[in-house]
Structures are given as structure tokens and as C-alpha cells.
Ligand binder design. Sequence first.
Ligand SMILES: Cc1cc2nc3c(=O)[nH]c(=O)nc-3n(C[C@H](O)[C@H](O)[C@H](O)COP(=O)(O)OP(=O)(O)OC[C@H]3O[C@@H](n4cnc5c(N)ncnc54)[C@H](O)[C@@H]3O)c2cc1C
Length: 325
Amino acid sequence: MAKIAVVGGGVSGSLFALIMQNKGHDVTLYDIKDNYFKPCGDVVPNVYSPPFPWSVKFRIKNFAFYLDGKRVYDVSYRTTKWISIDKSGWINSMRREIKNQVIGNVKPGNDYDYVIDAKGPYDMDRDVVYTTRAMIRVEDFNDEAILEFDSRYTGFYWIFPDSENVYNVGAGFLENKNSKALLMDYLAKKFRSFSLEDVRGAPISIGKAGNKSWRIGESRGLVFPMSGEGIRPSSISAEIAAKAIDREKDFNSYMSKNLETIERRIEIQRTLLNIYVRTKLPLRRMLFNTFFKNDILIDSFLEDKLDINGISESLRLIKDGGIIR
Ligand SMILES: Cc1cc2nc3c(=O)[nH]c(=O)nc-3n(C[C@H](O)[C@H](O)[C@H](O)COP(=O)(O)OP(=O)(O)OC[C@H]3O[C@@H](n4cnc5c(N)ncnc54)[C@H](O)[C@@H]3O)c2cc1C
């Protein structure tokens, strides 16, 4: 039995701590807050289920993309492509099961066999995008997820169906830290009437983490920088970390080996993003227009699998009639 401290009880820390506790290890979870909350888009591609289930609030099959204010592409899938989940509810339900918890700004002592860092982006040892999301209630509700790009900036606005008559709407752009102001303008432009239920912001990692050792989740840099998707990679890293310690493997090399596909896909997105940032406006628009003509690339983007294997999977799905035209 190992004595383990987990610092940070978000997606990765809570999941890891509960798996290890259930395997009989002596686990203590440290978090600055006793209740998890972090603003999020709350959507996950429908290709992963965690060992402790989350509740699904909405199933998304329809997508629309906008560029510079114009609708440029839409697609409908035959089966659920993304799910909107109750992320905070899921994490807090795991936290309630964890017997040993220390709340406050407290560092674990040195009597642990393992100290796992799951603090998310909060060490701020990487480039981040300041992102804001609003929960709004509307009468005119549509079941499609919208991603809206502005070719002057790097990032996007989103409108995700959260549950019946409720949208999760957000904004995050590399060049503009005031995502709240951009989001409020966007809401006013897009919706004739709505009631604002909540609006909050948080950073999303897009750069490499300063260090990966003993880290899981976003703390390790496990966020797809083109989409901001971090829930699934953080969960997967927690499951791999649990195996590493339970099977007494060399932790850091086991993590690198088993996260290879995800980390390669993240790296590909970082490279594409760096190219985009340096590209001049007319070429950017050309890149977008090429992207929006390609069902296969869009499908790979929606599941963050922009590598040869991912693109081949998307090709098969589309050949097999997975989308409705
Ligand atoms: C606005 C926004 C929208 C997003 N939308 C999506 C989305 O739609 N889909 C998706 O997949 N991902 C999305 N993400 C990314 C996703 O939320 C994160 O990648 C994911 O939550 C990372 O999980 P984590 O456990 O690694 O870290 P976190 O969930 O950030 O948890 C970190 C935990 O560490 C704690 N902590 C911080 N500092 C300390 C400290 N010093 N000591 C102890 N505890 C500490 C915090 O209180 C928190 O509980 C979004 C992020 C943002 C900001």
C-alpha cells in the first residue's frame, strides 16, 4: 500500500485519488477549495467514459461553424458526437467519496511515498488563454453547437447546448485578455433576448507546461490547444497514473509512454496554432476556407485527432455514412 498525496481535486486529481483509494492505497487529497467549481464549456467528445460515471445533460449531433460573422459550414451526425456533462457535479460526487482531505493553501509534508500534482493550469508556468463563459437561458433554443471564428484573432466563440433552453456560451482569444468584454458584445449580437445566469472566466493552457514530472491533467499540459478540450485527456492521464503507481512502474516514463498518442496530438495542434498566429490575414482566410471544405478535417478537429490515425478514422466514418448531408 502506498501513501499518496494528490494536490488539486479537479478532474484529474479527484479521479486519480478515488481510483487509488478504491485500490486500497492511503490517499489524501489537498485542495484550496472544499467544493469544485471552474467555468468550462462542459463538452466532451462521445468517445470516452470515465470509471466513475458523469451525468449527461445534452447529446450533441449538429454543428455549425461561422467565420467573420458568416455561417460557412454545418454538419449533422447520425449518432451523438459530443456530450454536455455536469462536470462540477461529477467531480464533487467523487470528492465526497474521498476519505482524507485537507482544504486550504496547505502543502503536503514529506512523509508521502508519492506527491502527485493535479493543480490544473494554476502554476501558470505555460502560455494560457484567458477564457470566459456565460450560462444563459433562452426561449428560442436550437440543438446545434456553434463555433465562431474571427480571422483577426486566434481562438473562437462558442455556443454549446447545455440542457433544454440553456446555452453555455464562451470566448477565448490569444490576442485579447478581456474575453469577458468580447463575450458580452457577442451575446448582445447573437441573442435577441436571454437571461444571464452566470458569467465567469478562467485560463486554459495552450503552451507546454514548465515541467511534466509527477504531474497529471492540465498541470502536465494536457489540453488540446486548438479546441481547449481538457476533460478527457485529464481523465485518461489520471487512469494511467493510477496504473503506474498500482503496478509499481517508473511513474514518469510510464506516463510518457502511455500518453504518447495524446501528447503527440497536442503537439501537432500547438505547431498548427503557432503557424496560424504568424500567418497574415488573407492567408488565414484561405486556410479557414480550405478547412471548412473538408468534412474529414472537421471531424478530426471535433474529436481532437488531427494525426494520420485520427484522420483515417474520420475518413472511414464519413465513407460509412456517419454524417447526414
Ligand atoms: C472557460 C473554459 C472552458 C473550457 N471548456 C472545456 C470543454 O468544453 N471541454 C473540455 O474538455 N475542457 C474544457 N476546458 C478545459 C478543462 O476545464 C480543463 O482542462 C480541466 O478542468 C483540467 O482538469 P484538471 O483536473 O487537470 O485541473 P482543474 O480542473 O483546473 O482542477 C485543478 C484543481 O486544483 C486546485 N488547486 C489549484 N491550485 C491549488 C493549490 N495551490 N493547492 C491545492 N489545490 C489547488 C483547484 O482548486 C482545482 O480544484 C475549459 C476550460 C476553461 C477555463
